[in-house]
Each structure stands twice: as structure tokens, then as C-alpha cells.
Design a protein. Structure first.
Length: 323
């Protein structure tokens, strides 16, 4: 088996490029802290057409190195992206190397398009793309399901970045059930030029609940009406159903997000929501044309904005492997 993989590697690609999507939490309900310190959640994940790109290139030796660049119109504080062993894509490649007899040294070049520390799973998308790219580079031969099982240990959002589309996430988000959602929904994203720490946002949510006497649901659930609206691609029906338990603590940590949400409403958005732990804000539009109009109005108000749609595909090889 190992000799076959080695032979595949010698005749295989030298470089593989993979794209993986960012996501919006259309609904996110959070339970109390568990014994392991994590929170149980019930979320509807939507992959959107804003893609991270990872190019894996075979190099001499057996290490993993990484470089990062940014493209697109969003504010990307690339200095916040680690270039060492803590980078999630590096961790993904090293994890796969441990179970891939044909593994070699690899350099990962990451093109960032998803806001950094923005609540859209950009780092998780990098990890998913690195897994798929290195699997192809090394001829490891893992199925998508097998890669998803490896991905779970890297973080709850990584398996979804592999899957893409629309899915319900339970547990800490790793228990994924794909949902039917074929009609595109259109959004406008407004990022911040700063990030928010996901653990800090969750801790503040616990503090807010403690001081207000709010009881967290032991087993958070998804409103079936959300999935119905998404299945139908009915943006007006979906708008009042958007929900994020992390929005209140995100707003407390970054009060300026309230001004952005208000500006989006005034600009004609059907609804706005902080994505995940923030600080990216996602505004729901009626149609592609409405999304472009909303993007223009927000930019005219001095904000950085970009129109996207979803559901988008999961991690995918972006070009034929280069020899």
C-alpha cells in the first residue's frame, strides 16, 4: 500500500490549489458551558461565495511552512494571521501528514478573502483547503468523509468548510446534517478592520446571562421555519427569523457594530445580523440586484461592503494539479 502511494507521489502533482468558502451563521443558539469548557450550539450554517484559497507546493524536507497574502475589497488585517505552528492550515497539514505514508515537506500559500477573526470561519476554511490540497498532493486517498473526521479535531467549523452548502450543526457545531437549500440567497457583508476573540465573546455571553438571570437552553434547537424559508429561497420570510445569541456580547465588546446594523437597515436591508462571534455583519437582500444596490449604498456611507450569495460549494480543487 505504501509503495503504491509513493509511486503515485513520484508521478503526481507538485502543486495543488484548493478553494474553500467562508460561512454565515443564519441562526445560532448557544447552550450553557459544558464540562469540557465548550458550549453546545444549534446553528444553521450557510457557505457563501467568498473563498479562501490555499496552494500546497511540495518542497524538500518534511516540514510545513506557510505564507499569507490578501485579495479582494475587504479589510484584511493580515498581521493577525499566525505564520507558525499555530496556524490552522499548518496544523491541518501536519495532522494529515501523520496518517499519510506518502507525505513530504509542503509550503502552504494562503490567499485571504474572508475577514480575519471576523466570525465567518476563514481560518477553518484554510484548514479545510489544506486538508484537501495535501491529500491530493500526497496521494493519500482519503474520502471526503474521512477528511471530515480528521477535521473535527481542528475545530467545529472545519468539517463544514469541507462540506459547504447549507447544514444544521449541533454539538459544538461538528455534528452536521446537510439541509436542502438550492435557491440562492443574497447578502452584503460589512467587515471590521479589527477582529473579535471567539472565546472572549462566549465568555461574555455567559457573564451577561449570569447578571441578567437569563437561563440558557440546555439543548438549543433550530426553528424549522428557518429551514423552510431557506429551502424556498424566500428572503422576506427568512429576514425576521435571523438569530444570533452571540450578537449581544459582540455588540458589548464592539459598540460600533450597532451603528453598522442601523446603517444597513436605513440602506434597505431586509435584516442584518452579526456573523458568528463577529465582528463581520451580514445583511440580507431580496435579490442579486438589491444586493448590488445595498452594497453601493453602504459604500457611499463610508463602509467597506461586498455582495455574496449562498449556498456555495465546499472545499474544492480549483485547477488541474500542476506538475
Amino acid at each position: 500500500m505504501e509503495s503504491g502511494r509513493a509511486g503515485q507521489l513520484r508521478g503526481g502533482p507538485r502543486r495543488v490549489r484548493v478553494r474553500a468558502p467562508g460561512k454565515i451563521n443564519v441562526s445560532l443558539r448557544v447552550g450553557p458551558p459544558r464540562e469540557d469548557g465548550y458550549h453546545g450550539i444549534a446553528s444553521v450554517f450557510l457557505a457563501v461565495s467568498l473563498y479562501e484559497e490555499v496552494t500546497a507546493t511540495r518542497v524538500d524536507g518534511d516540514g510545513v511552512t506557510v505564507s499569507v497574502n490578501g485579495q479582494g475589497t475587504l479589510n484584511l488585517p493580515l498581521g493577525a494571521v499566525p505564520l507558525d505552528a499555530t496556524n490552522l492550515a499548518v496544523r491541518a497539514a501536519r495532522l494529515l501528514a501523520e496518517v499519510s505514508p506518502g507525505s513530504t515537506g509542503v509550503h502552504l500559500d494562503i490567499t485571504k478573502r474572508v475577514p480575519v477573526s471576523g466570525g465567518m470561519g476563514g481560518g477553518s476554511a484554510d484548514a479545510a483547503a489544506a486538508l484537501l490540497a495535501c491529500d491530493a498532493l500526497w496521494g493519500s486517498g482519503f474520502s471526503r468523509d474521512e477528511l471530515a473526521k480528521i477535521a473535527v479535531s481542528l475545530g467545529a467549523d472545519v468539517p463544514f468548510a469541507l462540506l459547504g452548502g447549507t447544514a444544521v450543526g449541533l454539538g459544538v457545531g461538528e455534528q452536521l446534517t446537510p439541509a436542502i437549500s438550492k435557491t440562492p440567497l443574497h447578502w452584503v457583508l460589512v467587515p471590521a478592520d479589527y477582529g473579535l476573540s471567539t472565546p472572549q465573546v462566549y465568555r461574555l455571553l455567559d457573564e451577561i446571562r449570569l447578571r441578567t438571570g437569563t437561563q440558557a437552553p440546555l439543548q438549543p434547537e433550530i426553528d424549522p421555519a428557518i429551514l423552510g424559508a431557506m429551502r424556498a429561497g424566500d428572503a422576506p420570510a427568512l429576514a425576521p427569523l435571523l438569530h444570533n445569541d452571540l450578537q449581544e456580547p459582540a455588540l458589548e465588546l464592539a459598540p460600533g457594530l450597532g451603528d453598522i446594523l442601523e446603517a444597513g437597515t436605513k440602506a434597505g436591508a431586509l435584516a442584518g445580523i452579526v456573523s458568528g462571534s463577529g465582528p463581520t455583519v451580514a445583511f440580507l437582500a431580496r435579490s442579486p440586484r438589491h444586493a448590488v444596490e445595498l452594497e453601493s449604498r453602504l459604500e457611499a456611507a463610508g463602509m467597506t461592503a461586498t455582495a455574496v450569495h449562498g449556498p456555495a460549494h465546499g472545499a474544492r480543487i480549483a485547477s488541474d494539479p500542476a506538475g
